[in-house]
Design a binder for this molecule. Structure first.
Ligand code: ZN
Length: 500
């Protein structure tokens, strides 16, 4: 008996030690990547790539080693409580996802994606798909091979599962179908021809220093902890790190403050999640963020549902104007509110409004899925892209830069990631409904400047649970209903019906 207890403690200790070391290696990799994007001198890129690949190789070896395998399967006999059980489940998932994929294939994918990335940058600038075609073809071949090893029946699901654990196209597809139907109608319904006139009044030069102050002010309002986090600048805003060291970036456009402001709110939402992970568990597999879709629900909630609401501008317009030395004094909050909510079919996903954004994702999802079913081939991509684009948006891109070459994902071998953006948007709307029901009217909360209450609510219902539940379970647990397209369509209808 005593001996058994002793053995149990040893195995348990070893299990948690190995996984906290893997977490540390991952965090180091993230830090090195943060530095690359924020601080690193340009000339260091080759040296930095080697640092990063060394770290990632060590982390991979550690995760897939026989030692890790043994401790995972021994730990199975000593699970004591539900958290142990969740950590074990997630540890197994991480291990099993990786262990069957030959190292050579992973290295080949990394090698091909860095070449393909360089060719893509040039091809995008020149809108030249033909130049890019052979590279993406080769890269895709390797990704397909990996995905088939991971899931021979539904290779694409293996890729989705990396970002959205336990989710497959079987769950996604019917939701996306309904969403698409609704959004095609809403895009026509809410598009107005006066977009430029509505944007014009808020296009004004504001010094970057003041814009940064505005970002820090709103981050403070939503509850970002600067003692355990930083705000910096990068070309593409992102969030990295976890718990006591969470770093976010934004970017600035001198004459248009919404770029920096919404960048900060978006990344701020991601950051609150990371800062709020469960104190006792965040170093271990089930103590970390539940899925990328749930992560994105946090960023989209603060960026769109909070930041683009009438209540937000009613409450904070004065403060923002003051920080900007009164440059907007001749305007009112309505002008800002209307300007940051223009709806217009456009080619570029990252610049899309709330109504059309998910159509961009659904288009990519449909193409990706058929690529992995061997129904679409690389050479047909331009035609299929343009055809679908016209069907959903009523316009056709004039060149490939604003068409299928716009995103970095495919160029770097990342397939199965796009759906998480839409899942995040849907879930953000579901969170809004839940808050309205259980915490109080969200608009009132915003207008009273009580966003800290929202953070507390999220902390208890989402952040603190990490990966204890599977994503779909967490959603039901939180909102009392399964993942659905309806709250999002309701949100869009309510908002834009009363916008004009
Ligand atoms: Zn995001």
């Amino acid at each position: 008996m005593f001996e058994g207890k002793d053995k149990m403690n040893k195995i348990k200790e070893k299990f948690y030690k190995i996984f906290s070391e893997i977490t540390n290696l991952n965090l180091l990799e993230q830090l090195v990547e943060w530095d690359r994007q924020v601080m690193m001198p340009k000339g260091a890129s080759e040296q930095r790539a080697q640092m990063a690949s060394t770290l990632s190789r060590i982390a991979h070896e550690k995760l897939t080693s026989p030692e890790t395998r043994d401790v995972i399967y021994e730990f199975e006999n000593f699970v004591e409580d539900d958290w142990d059980k969740a950590h074990l489940r997630e540890a197994k998932r991480l291990y099993e996802r990786k262990v069957n994929i030959p190292k050579e294939l992973i290295e080949e994918k990394t090698r091909l994606s860095s070449i393909s990335f360089i060719v893509w940058e040039k091809a995008k600038k020149e809108s030249n798909f033909n130049e890019f075609e052979p590279y993406i073809e080769k890269l895709l071949k390797v990704v397909k091979e990996i995905a088939k090893i991971g899931n021979s029946e539904n290779p694409y699901d293996y890729l989705i599962d990396e970002f959205e654990p336990y989710m497959s196209s079987k769950e996604i597809e019917p939701i996306f179908e309904k969403l698409k139907e609704g959004l095609i109608i809403y895009l026509k319904k809410y598009f107005r021809n006066d977009c430029d006139e509505r944007l014009k009044p808020i296009i004004r030069k504001v010094e970057i220093e003041k814009q940064e102050k505005v970002c820090r002010f709103v981050l403070d309002e939503i509850g970002f902890d600067f003692y355990k986090g930083r705000l910096d600048v990068s070309t593409h805003p992102f969030t990295t790190g976890m718990k006591n060291d969470v770093r976010i970036t934004t970017r600035y456009r001198e004459d248009f403050i919404p770029v920096a402001l919404f960048g900060a709110l978006h990344e701020g939402g991601h950051a609150l999640y990371e800062q709020g992970l469960p104190e006792r568990h965040y170093m271990y597999p089930a103590g970390q963020f539940c899925s990328l879709g749930i992560h994105e629900s946090q960023s989209r909630f603060y960026e769109n549902i909070v930041g683009r609401s009438r209540s937000f501008w009613k409450k904070y317009f004065k403060d923002i104007n003051e920080i900007c030395s009164g440059i907007y004094s001749d305007l009112d909050f309505e002008t800002f509110y209307k300007a940051v909510n223009v709806v217009k079919p456009s080619y570029i996903r990252v610049e899309a409004d709330e109504v059309s954004y998910n159509l961009h994702i659904i288009l990519r999802y449909e193409i990706e899925k058929e690529i992995f079913m061997d129904k679409i081939f690389v050479k047909d991509l331009p035609e299929i892209w343009n055809e679908k684009f016209y069907k959903y948006f009523g316009i056709s891109p004039k060149n490939h830069s604003e068409g299928l070459l716009q995103d970095v994902h495919w160029a770097t071998g990342i397939f199965g990631y796009f759906p998480t953006y839409t899942l995040g948007n849907l879930l953000a709307a579901q969170i809004r409904e839940t808050i309205n029901k259980k915490l109080g009217n969200l608009n009132d909360i915003i207008e009273k400047g009580q966003l800290h209450e929202v953070k507390k609510f999220m902390k208890e219902k989402i952040y603190d649970l990490g990966r204890f539940y599977k994503p779909l379970e967490l959603i039901v647990n939180f909102s009392g209903m399964p993942l659905s397209y309806e709250p999002f369509l309701n949100y869009i209808r309510e908002k834009y019906d009363s916008l004009y």
